[in-house]
Design a binder for this molecule. Structure first.
Ligand code: PHE
Length: 341
C-alpha cells in the first residue's frame, strides 16, 4: 500500500505541475481526491491492513492528501497568473500605430446665413416658428387671398398630391402667416424659415426646392413705417451700415400695399456691374401690409389690428454673402465645396 501511495504521489504531483488550465486542474482534484477518486480507492483498502500498520499508512495518506491539495492551490495561482499574462499580451495596444481620424462635420454655409438672420430677429423680440412643407391649398393660396384662377396655382408650377389640387408642397412660406394668426395670441412677432417647392428646372439660379424666410408682425397701430424701419435695420445688419435701400411698389394678393425691397449694389455702388446684372440694384425680398381680408379670414379684426409681412429667399443671400456663382453648389453637398466655409 505504501508503494501505491507513493505511485499516486508521483503521478498526481506531476500531473498537477503539468496542468495549464483551471478547469483541467479541478478535474484532477476530483480524479485524485474526490469521493470516487484514486486516494479514496486506496484508503478503502486500509481494512486489509493489520492494526499496527494502519496508523502509519493513515498518516501517509493524510500527508499525501494535504500535499496534493497544496499543490493544486499553488498551481491554481500559477495558472491565473499565466492567464493574466496571456490576456495582457493579447490585449496589448501598439501605441505606435497611426490613429483613426474622425472627421468632424460643420455647418452648411447657407445655415450660417440663416443663423445670422435668426439672431438679428431674435434680438428684436421675434419668435422662430416652424411649419409643414406638405400644405393645404387653403393655406398656401386661398386664405392668402390668392384666387382660384391665379397662375401660381397652375399644375405646371406647383407640386400637387391630389387630383383635386387640395394638398401640395408649399410654394412659399407665407402659409406660416395664416398658421401663426390662427394659433397665436396677439401681438405676433415671428419669422418662419423653411423649404419651399416649385416646378422649376435646375440651373445656376433655379432649383425645385429652395428656402424662404417669412416674417410677420401683427399688433395695434402697425404701419408701413414699422415695416420700412425694421427691414432697413435688418438689411444694414446683413449688408453693413449705410446700405442704401429702395422700396419699390409691387403686388402680392395677401398684402396691401405691397412692395419689393432692393439694395443698392454694394459691388458697384449703383452704377451697374455683373453682380447686379447692370441694374445697380439687387432685389432682396417681397413685403407689404397684411391684407385686411387675410386678417379677417384668420379672425383678427382689421379695424383694431394691422401688420406687415415679408418673404425672403435664403439661397440668394448665401450666394451673395459667399460670392458663390451657382445655386447647385449649395445643394450638391460636394465636400470639396463645403469644406471651404
Ligand atoms: N410669398 C412671397 C413670395 O414668395 C413673398 C412675400 C411674403 C411677399 C410676405 C409679401 C409678404 O414671393
Amino acid at each position: 500500500m505504501k508503494q501505491m501511495l507513493q505511485d499516486l504521489r508521483d503521478a498526481s504531483l506531476k500531473a498537477i505541475l503539468d496542468c495549464e488550465d483551471a478547469e483541467l486542474l479541478e478535474s484532477l482534484r476530483v480524479k485524485y481526491l474526490g469521493k470516487k477518486g484514486e486516494l479514496t480507492a486506496i484508503l478503502r483498502q486500509m481494512g486489509k491492513l493489520s492494526a499496527e500498520e494502519r496508523p502509519a499508512m493513515g498518516q501517509l495518506a493524510n500527508k499525501l492528501r494535504a500535499d496534493i491539495e497544496e499543490a493544486i492551490e499553488n498551481r491554481n495561482k500559477v495558472i491565473s497568473a499565466l492567464k493574466m499574462e496571456r490576456r495582457l499580451i493579447s490585449e496589448s495596444v501598439d501605441v505606435t500605430l497611426p490613429g483613426k481620424r474622425y472627421l468632424l462635420g460643420h455647418k452648411h454655409p447657407m445655415y450660417n446665413v440663416l443663423d445670422q438672420i435668426k439672431d438679428i430677429f431674435i434680438g428684436m423680440g421675434f419668435e422662430i416658428v416652424d411649419g409643414p412643407e406638405v400644405e393645404l391649398a387653403d393655406y398656401n393660396f386661398t386664405k392668402l387671398n390668392i384666387d382660384e384662377g391665379h397662375p401660381s396655382r397652375e399644375w405646371t408650377d406647383t407640386f400637387y398630391f391630389t387630383e383635386d389640387s387640395s394638398i401640395l408642397l408649399r410654394t412659399q412660406t407665407s402659409p406660416m402667416q395664416i398658421h401663426a394668426m390662427e394659433t397665436k395670441e396677439l401681438p405676433i412677432r415671428m419669422i418662419a424659415p423653411g423649404r419651399v417647392y416649385r416646378k422649376d428646372e435646375v440651373d445656376a439660379t433655379h432649383s425645385p426646392m429652395f428656402h424662404q424666410i417669412e416674417g410677420m408682425v401683427i399688433d395695434k397701430g402697425i404701419t408701413m413705417a414699422d415695416l420700412k424701419a425694421t427691414l432697413n435695420l435688418v438689411v444694414e445688419k446683413i449688408y453693413g451700415e449705410g446700405t442704401v435701400t429702395r422700396f419699390r411698389p409691387h403686388h402680392f394678393p395677401f398684402t396691401e400695399p405691397s412692395c419689393e425691397l432692393d439694395i443698392q449694389c454694394h459691388k458697384c455702388g449703383g452704377v451697374g456691374c455683373p453682380t447686379c446684372k447692370g441694374e445697380g440694384w439687387i432685389e432682396v425680398l417681397g413685403a407689404g401690409m397684411v391684407h385686411p381680408k387675410v386678417l379677417a379670414g384668420c379672425g383678427i379684426d382689421p379695424d383694431v389690428y394691422s401688420g406687415w409681412a415679408f418673404g425672403m429667399g435664403l439661397e440668394r443671400l448665401a450666394l451673395g454673402e459667399y460670392k458663390i456663382n451657382d445655386l447647385r453648389l449649395i445643394f450638391e453637398n460636394d465636400k470639396r465645396f463645403l469644406e471651404q466655409f
